[in-house]
Unconditional design. Structure first.
Length: 502
């Protein structure tokens, strides 16, 4: 997904003040705010559209702009800033009804104190240092989650943090009412991929409904020979493959079957207005192969996906793909598959039976056809590749019974130590932070799933902001994680989420 996708989203820039200082000060406040908004729209690190709203000075104006933000469908949230003092009881009515995320920008128009010029007029105009504290108190008093970003508005780091938050708020809006198709049910007897879909819709906005694979077969049956010809030609053009897969080769028919599945599945998703889907190898009656390359390419186009009925991963992956729009690197469904337990450097090999998104591929993927050990279907077509070294995260969403938990592990992907000539799937190796022993223990104590969303361009902070917008638990395993402290956090959170009614 590209940056253009995010430009459709608006964030409203709301400046708080009051009538106490007279009209001249208010004119200045508005001018400064407009200047900041114009600059924000020019910064490439802020990918959404920033919209200036008139300075709010009364409870009525604040209430009105909050109601308007709620009802503006492409408004992802508010950036709020108190240029002057803006007594916070005025904000109660508006904040009580506001349904959109808030970024509290704690900035100041001037960067430096004008030492030789400063007088009481300047002090009256530029008092966000205390105006923002008064406003912040009310948000804390009302237990409203928000992002606080501190620093001068021309500071690159401030712009980047505003931009990062706006990516998350875009993903949050995209999630509201987002439809996910669950093709078949859950892999039989598997626990962690299950969950409360009603609660997920209440908390995250995800609308997950089940469909039979026959609903897709109706579309694959309707695919024409010329549609298949076109897509197979694209496969031959874009990916490397051996002659057996090419036209006239012994395996070429598998490609035609895979292309038919891709066209049918794509049309099903498009016509249904879905943003993601799941399947499972146990519910495939009517499909000749387990969808491999089709899933890999659909993920690359922005669809969320989870295997074995894992709709929580499908929905989270979609959110991460929206956040990552236009950024270099990719996001994929992933699974902790097997370990390298060499004491001199322990690694995880992540992969799946087939379904790793080509957005994380290093170099040109190789299209291959191999038998699949389970499922009893024809040999599926898949893209095989390695993944570039570099920082990444693994994200898991869990239903803990009384709440959702989002769990993140920061990792460092490394190049494979050796070739893997017999492994017929896409794969990535990573060094988990702080080290495999601690990371895996913490992950298991937290109930983390074997399925994750793997990201090269989304950070833990993005995911934390998303969890806070949803009002769900967030836990991180990173370079600072210590098992004892981590276990205590889990215990405290159990208590917190039992006591607090959300
Ligand atoms: Mn799996």
């Amino acid at each position: 997904m590209t940056n253009t996708f995010l430009k459709q989203f608006e964030v409203w820039f709301i400046t708080g003040s009051q009538h106490l200082y007279g009209p001249e000060v208010l004119i200045k406040v508005a001018e400064h705010s407009q200047e900041i908004v114009e600059a924000f729209n020019d910064f490439s690190s802020i990918p959404v559209t920033v919209v200036f709203k008139p300075v709010v000075k009364t409870p009525e104006e604040i209430y009105k702009v909050c109601i308007e933000a709620n009802s503006k469908v492409n408004c992802i949230g508010l950036i709020t800033w108190m240029h002057t003092f803006s007594p916070a009881k005025m904000w109660i009515g508006g904040l009580k009804v506001l349904k959109k995320p808030i970024l509290h920008l704690h900035t100041q128009y001037n960067r430096d104190i004008p030492w030789s010029e400063i007088d009481m007029d300047f002090m009256n105009l530029n008092q966000s240092a205390h105006g923002d504290r008064e406003y912040g108190f009310m948000l804390s008093r009302m237990r409203i989650e928000r992002k606080v970003v501190v620093g001068h508005w021309q500071d690159t780091e401030v712009q980047e943090r505003v931009g990062d938050w706006s990516r998350v708020a875009s993903a949050w809006l995209d999630a509201q009412g987002a439809k996910f198709a669950r093709l078949g049910d859950n892999m039989r007897e598997v626990a962690v991929t299950e969950g409360d879909k009603v609660e997920a819709q209440l908390k995250f906005g995800w609308s997950v409904n089940g469909y039979a694979i026959g609903d897709v077969v109706k579309y694959t049956d309707a695919v024409t020979a010329s549609q298949i010809d076109r897509l197979v030609a694209e496969y031959e053009d874009v990916y490397s493959m051996d002659d057996a897969c090419r036209k006239g080769g012994a395996r070429h028919n598998s490609l035609r079957e895979a292309a038919k599945i891709e066209v049918g599945l794509r049309t099903f998703l498009l016509e249904g207005g879905f943003k993601g889907f799941t399947d499972t190898f146990e519910n495939l009656r009517g499909l000749v192969q387990l969808p491999g390359i089709a899933v890999q390419r659909l993920m690359n186009d922005g669809y969320g996906f989870g295997a074995e009925g894992d709709w929580k991963m499908a929905a989270m992956l979609r959110a991460m793909k929206v956040m990552a729009s236009g950024l270099p690197g990719g996001n994929s469904f992933m699974e902790d598959y097997t370990y390298h337990l060499d004491p001199s450097g322990m690694l995880v090999l992540g992969s799946h039976m087939l379904e790793i998104c080509e957005s994380i591929a290093e170099g040109k993927p190789s299209l291959e056809v191999h038998p699949l050990g389970i499922g009893g279907k024809a040999d599926p077509v898949r893209l095989c590749f390695n993944v570039a070294a570099g920082p990444a995260i693994n994200v898991s969403v869990l239903d803990m019974g009384n709440r959702f938990r989002i769990l993140v592990n920061e990792v460092e992907a490394v190049r494979p130590l050796h070739d893997l000539p017999k492994l017929p799937v896409a794969r990535v190796l990573w060094d988990a932070k702080p080290n495999l022993k601690t990371a895996a223990a913490a992950w298991i104590y937290a109930g983390g799933a074997h399925h994750t969303c793997y990201s090269q361009n989304i950070t833990s902070e993005h995911v934390m902001d998303f969890a806070e917008m949803a009002g769900v638990e967030f836990m991180i395993i990173d370079k600072d994680t210590k098992i004892n402290e981590f276990k205590n956090q889990l215990r405290w959170n159990d208590l917190y989420y039992t006591m607090i009614k959300f």
